[in-house]
Design a protein around this ligand. Sequence first.
Ligand SMILES: Cc1cc2nc3c(=O)[nH]c(=O)nc-3n(C[C@H](O)[C@H](O)[C@H](O)COP(=O)(O)OP(=O)(O)OC[C@H]3O[C@@H](n4cnc5c(N)ncnc54)[C@H](O)[C@@H]3O)c2cc1C
Length: 383
Amino acid sequence: MVDYFQLEASLSEEEKNFRGRVRKFVDEECMSLIAAHFDSGAFPMEVIPRMAEMGLFGVHVEGYGCTKRSHTVYGLICQELGRCDSGLRAMFSVQNSLVMYPIFAFGSEEQKGRWLPRMARGDVVGCFGLSEPDFGSDPSGMRTRAVKQENHYVLNGTKMWITNGSVAQVALVWAKMDDEIRGFLVEAGTPGFQTTPVQRKFSYRTSPTSLLILKDCILPEESLLLGAKGLKSVLSCLNYARYGVACSALGSAIACYEVAEAFARKREVFEKPIASYQLVQEKLVQMVLEITKAQLLTHHLGRFLDQRKARPPQISMVKLNNVREAMKIARTARDILGARGILADHHIIRHLCDLEAMSTLEGTESIHTLIIGQDLTGISAFH
Ligand SMILES: Cc1cc2nc3c(=O)[nH]c(=O)nc-3n(C[C@H](O)[C@H](O)[C@H](O)COP(=O)(O)OP(=O)(O)OC[C@H]3O[C@@H](n4cnc5c(N)ncnc54)[C@H](O)[C@@H]3O)c2cc1C
C-alpha cells in the first residue's frame, strides 16, 4: 500500500489492528463482488451483517450496543471501504454519521434505545433526507414542511438523491416547521411515505439512491428529534460525512494507482515495460506525490477531529483536495492502462465514475471553495 512518508508508524497498534481487519474484509469478501454489482446497479446487501459483526456500525456512539471509535479510525475505515467501492463506503458513512450520530446527539432516550442497538446489529439501515429536487447546495431553502397538529405531525415534501433511501427501515427527514429546520425519524411503511429508486445512474451504481416522497404523512410526536434545531444541527452531521468522503476518495486514488503501477511494470510496448519510459514514470510520480499530500492532510485532519480542534472550513479543504486529486489520479491511471482502463475488471473506470458524484455530494467543489473563501476573507460570496 502506498505510504511514502511512513504514516503507518504514527498509527497506534489498535488503529492498525482495526484497519487491518477492515482491509482483510475488503480484500477477501468485497473486492470479488463489486464489479458485478456495479454492472447490475445493486448494493451487495450480504455485506451488511458482516459489517455489523466487525463493529462498523455505531462508531460515533458510546453505549446502546455500539463501541465508539476515534475519528482517525473512522477515516481509516472509509479509506479501506473506498479503496473497494464508494457505494460501500457511503453505506457505512450514512449509517454512522448521518443517522446513528444524529439520533445519539439529538434524540431522546426512547429514540436511542429503539433505533441504535438495531442499527448497530445491521438489522436496521438508515438514510438521511436533506436534499430536494430544487435545493441541494442551499438546503435552507427546502420546501418540505412539517405541521404540528394535536398529538402528531404532518409532513409534506420530496427529498431527492437520498443514499440508502429504498433499502432503509428508517429515514431521518429534515423539514421546516414554523420556519425552523427540524429532524424527524420516519419509519419505512408509514402511510404517506414512499421511496422510489433513482434509475439509470452511471455513477454510484452500487449505492441505492432514492427519491423520498412524503404526502400528508402523519408521524407520532415521538418521531421528532427534539435536540436537532436549525441548519447548525444538520451541518454537524455533515462534517463527519464530508471527512468520510475525503478519506474514501483517498482510498479510490490509492486503488487506481496500485492497479496502474502493477500494470506499467508488466505491460510491454515497443519491446519494453511501459514503466521504463520517463513519461510513464512521471505520471506515477505525480500520482504518488498527490496521494502522499492527501494522506498527510487527511491524517492530520483525523487527529484534529480527535482533539476537537478541526474547523468546518478545514474539513472542506480536505474534501475538496482529495476528491479533485483522486479524479486526476483515476484519469491518469485509466490512461496508463490504455484500452483496458475502461474495463470494469480493472476497477479504475468504476472509481472514476464514482468520483464524479463525490465531487458533488456532501457539498460541491464550488461550495467548499466558497466556505474556505469566506473563512479566509470574512466575506460570504454565497449570494
Ligand atoms: C450519489 C449521490 C448521493 C447523494 N446522497 C445524498 C443523501 O444521502 N442525502 C442528501 O440529503 N443528499 C444527498 N445527495 C445530494 C447532494 O448533497 C447534492 O447533490 C449536492 O448538495 C448538490 O446539490 P444539487 O445536486 O442540487 O446541485 P445544485 O445545488 O443545483 O448546484 C448546481 C451547480 O451550481 C453550483 N453552485 C451552487 N451554488 C453556487 C454558488 N453560490 N456559487 C457558485 N456555484 C454555485 C454548484 O457548485 C453546482 O456546480 C447525493 C447526491 C448524489 C449525486
